[in-house]
Design a protein around this ligand. Structure first.
Ligand code: ADP
Ligand code: MG
Length: 229
C-alpha cells in the first residue's frame, strides 16, 4: 500500500535549513497496523503529513497504492486524499458549527454522494462508534473521547484505503485513550490499514508493528505482540 524509498524532507527557515527526514525507507502492506514512535521533534508528523499528501517531500520515492506521488497540485492532492485517505488528529478537527452527523457526512459530500444517502451512511458510521444517540448534538456538547469517536466515524465515512492518525489519544486521559485504541484495534481487525503516530510507548504497543524514528532516521522497525484492550 505504501512504498517509500530514501525520502528526504527539509524545512527552510530564513538562512537555516532543518533536515527533518533523512533517507526514510518504509514499506507498509494492506491490513497492517503500524505505529510511528519517537520523541517530540523526531519528524513523525512530517512523515505522516507527507504520506497523507498534506506536505511534499523534497526527494526520494513515494508510492501509494501503486500511484507515484510527486509534485501534486492542490486539486489533484485533494482528489487523492478524498479517494484514499482518512485522517484523525489529536485535536479532533471537528467543524464546531455543524452537528455530529453533519460532521460525519462531510467526506460523503466531497465524494459527491447524494444528499439523501449521506445522512443514512453517516448514521451507520455513528452507530459503528456507538454515538448514534448524539447525532443531533453539537461537538462542544461532547467529551474528548466522544469527539474523537466522531472524528473516527468521519474518517471511516470517507471509506479510505488507509487511515492516518496523528497522536489520536494525545488529548485524552488514560482510560479514554484505551477505549479509543480499542475502537481503532477493531477497525484494523475489520481489515483497515492504519498508520498512527504516537510518542507514548504504551499506545504504540497496542499496534502490531512499531517503527521508531529518531532525529529523522528510522532506528528500529519491529513486529510487536499487540496489547489488546
Ligand atoms: P514530531 O511530530 O515527531 O514531534 P515534527 O515532524 O512535527 O515532529 O517536526 C520535526 C521538526 O521539524 C521539528 O524540529 C519541527 O520544529 C520542525 N517543523 C515541523 N514542521 C515545520 C514547518 N512547517 N516549518 C518549519 N519547521 C517545521
Ligand atoms: Mg507531531
Amino acid at each position: 500500500m505504501i512504498s517509500i524509498k530514501n525520502l528526504n524532507k527539509s524545512y527552510k527557515m530564513g538562512k537555516n535549513t532543518l533536515h527533518v527526514l533523512k533517507g526514510i525507507d518504509l514499506e507498509i502492506a494492506e491490513g497492517e497496523f503500524v505505529a510511528i514512535m519517537g520523541s517530540s521533534g523526531s519528524g513523525k508528523s512530517t512523515l505522516l503529513n507527507i504520506i497523507g499528501m498534506l506536505d511534499e517531500h523534497d526527494s526520494g520515492i513515494y508510492d501509494l497504492d501503486g500511484f507515484r506521488i510527486e509534485k501534486l497540485n492542490e486539486t489533484k492532492a485533494a482528489n487523492y486524499r478524498n479517494k484514499f485517505l482518512g485522517f484523525i488528529f489529536q485535536s479532533y478537527n471537528l467543524i464546531n458549527f455543524k452537528n455530529v452527523v453533519e460532521n460525519v457526512a462531510l467526506p460523503l459530500y466531497y465524494q459527491k454522494v447524494k444528499r439523501s444517502e449521506r445522512h443514512k451512511f453517516a448514521m451507520g458510521y455513528l452507530q459503528r462508534v456507538g454515538l448514534e444517540p448524539w447525532a443531533n448534538h453539537m461537538p462542544n456538547e461532547l467529551s474528548g473521547g466522544q469527539k474523537q469517536r466522531v472524528a473516527i466515524a468521519r474518517a471511516l465515512a470517507a471509506r479510505p484505503k488507509l487511515l492516518l492518525a496523528d497522536e489520536p489519544t494525545g488529548a485524552l486521559d488514560t482510560k479514554t485513550s484505551q477505549e479509543v485504541m480499542h475502537l481503532i484495534q477493531e477497525i484494523n481487525d475489520e481489515g483497515k490499514t492504519i498508520l498512527m503516530v504516537t510518542h507514548e510507548d504504551d499506545i504504540a504497543q497496542m499496534c502490531k508493528r512499531i517503527v521508531r524514528l529518531k532525529d529523522g532516521v528510522i532506528i528500529s522497525d519491529e513486529k510487536v505482540n499487540q496489547v489488546r484492550v
